[in-house]
Ligand binder design. Structure first.
Ligand SMILES: [Zn+2]
Length: 89
C-alpha cells in the first residue's frame, strides 16, 4: 500500500539518536539496527496515511501520549544491545 507510514518508526529513530548521544554505548549501524528493531517490537505500531493538515495535529498529540513508552523501550534496548553487542568489541 502506498503512502502508509508507521509513525512509530520515525519516533523511535528520533529518540534513539537523542538517547544514544547521552550514553557511551556503541553507535555503529549494526547496533543502531538492533536497538531500532528491539524497540519497535516492544511498541505498538502507529500507522497513518500521508499526513495532511488535520491529521498532523492528531499525530502530535499521539506522540505526546506515547513519548514515555518510547523513551522507556529505547533506553531498555540501548542497554541490552550495548551490554551484548552483535559484534566483536
Ligand atoms: Zn556496534
Amino acid at each position: 500500500m502506498e503512502n502508509v507510514i508507521n509513525y512509530m518508526e520515525i519516533w523511535v529513530k528520533e529518540y534513539m539518536e537523542i538517547l544514544l548521544a547521552k550514553t557511551d554505548g556503541c553507535k555503529c549501524d549494526k547496533c543502531k539496527r538492533d536497538i531500532f528493531t528491539l524497540s519497535l517490537n516492544n511498541l505498538k505500531p502507529y500507522y497513518v496515511a500521508t499526513p495532511l493538515g488535520k491529521i498532523m495535529a492528531k499525530i502530535e498529540s499521539t506522540k505526546q501520549q506515547v513519548e514515555t513508552d518510547i523513551i522507556v523501550q529505547v533506553t531498555t534496548a540501548i542497554n541490552k544491545v550495548s551490554n551484548n553487542p552483535n559484534h566483536d568489541r
